[in-house]
Design a protein around this ligand. Sequence first.
Ligand SMILES: [Zn+2]
Length: 544
Amino acid sequence: MRFTHQRGSQDNSAFFAKNAYFGVLLTTYSPLCWKGLHFFAYSKNVSTPTWNRPATPEKSVLSPEDAEQLDIISLGRRIRHLRKAKSMTLDDLSAAVGTAPSQLSLMENGKREPKLSMLKALATIFGVGLDELLGAAPPTRRAALEIELERAQRGPLYQSLDLPKVRISSRLPMDVLESLVGLQGELERRLNEQSATPEEARRANAELRGEMKERNNYFPAIEKEAAGLLKAIGHTSGPLSHHQVADIASHLGFSLHNVSDLPHSTRSVTDLKNMRVYLTQSQRSEHSTRSVLLQAFGHHVLGHAPPTDYADFLRQRVATNYFAASLMMPEKATVDFLQKAKNARELAVEDIRDAFSVSYETAAHRFTNLATEHLGITVHFQKVHESGIIHKAYENDGVNFPMDHTGSIEGQAVCRHWTSREVFDVADQFSAYNQYTDTTAGTFWCTARTERSTAGKFSLSIGVPYVHVKWFRGRDTTERSISTCPDESCCRRPPLDLQKQWAGQAWPSARAQTHLLAAMPQGAFPGVDETEVYSFLAHHAGDK
Ligand SMILES: [Zn+2]
């Protein structure tokens, strides 16, 4: 079995494919990853292809000018075919239509567009209708291939490859023609497949969020696995120390190895053959090292097989992130803590963050796992970039997140009046910012903080419907805002006086949200250079 399903070849990487998990470096953003663990890196140069997904509709890589060119090429081939079918030479045809043979040759080679009067004359001479002469279907398989190869060689893709052009003549063997066209077609198909992927990624994300909402973001089976492990190492509450993480590793039979040459596209590599986890000695915080390790164990404990498609990959990532969080913030201890706080009407995300020594994002996300199941509180969570774009979101409280046609929330701009955006304008960045917001879906109370990362500033927020605010610290805030989004007049359209001053006189150049749209899974472990990983494993397998 090879985990790039569309390739038939066998090599020794197949073995590693079954016996290794890769955790991926924190470089590029991907939606729905929890706890600030940006889980996969998409390197533009990674060329491990073949994600097993359904064929996407053929997309033309031709510009309109190219498409017009194509018709001229195709027309030229048809003229040549019809001429030869009539056993006419160029000279014969020249005499018949009164045009120089060189001009006819240019026409047949698709380098000159014939006038309508010329087309009429040719149609009469060949004894065909204009329709047939101009028809899209090439007359023979060979002519079709010649047209296709000509089109390909004139296209930007072929030119970018810097390869010599093959002269298309009747001496070019049919099998060579078939092969060249076939290769070109496959190359285009793969490029199209990649460019179709962000859409697939968004759909998979939306679908997964629906599933999470259905179960109130609570996964009892994972909680049970985590509880069993914690019991085995004798941990009940408080922060999970590095030492205890090492205990979990040895309980599972793993040894930990710090290396300096971890493949750059990964943040951990698990060797299931020798039960080793390789990590890099990084300057990253202890929080993040713990998460990386616990997630690596998660794949093993939860019995993950190499993902079969992108949706499967996302699901596994959600599960391992959940697993790591349920070890760092054990269910029972966290619920006890929250229950006490609720009874005292003092619920606050930063308190559980401090009690378990995790990041605010981990704490906020963990809160969504337990709030509905154990406290009866419906909730929403957001991670929003300072540009206003949603990077992650979850809700089961009916809040009206902005959505695109695929049901995707990530990549959408949040209302300017929501807490998750207003918080960026708050001077005090040390305390939580709390706000009531009247929306078209009701009144919500939200608590938010901002955090800086290499990708910019983000707000992290937890919100609840008005009915639940009585349990939270910060409910006495006087901050209040009104949002009528998705009504455009809420915040998408500029105020009237500004419109009067500037309408028609501004020409902004938009910055593409490349971090979201560039979500292109490649290979079974998106963004991972498999060759590099396997070489790495082979190199280290003999380590003591
Ligand atoms: Zn708005």
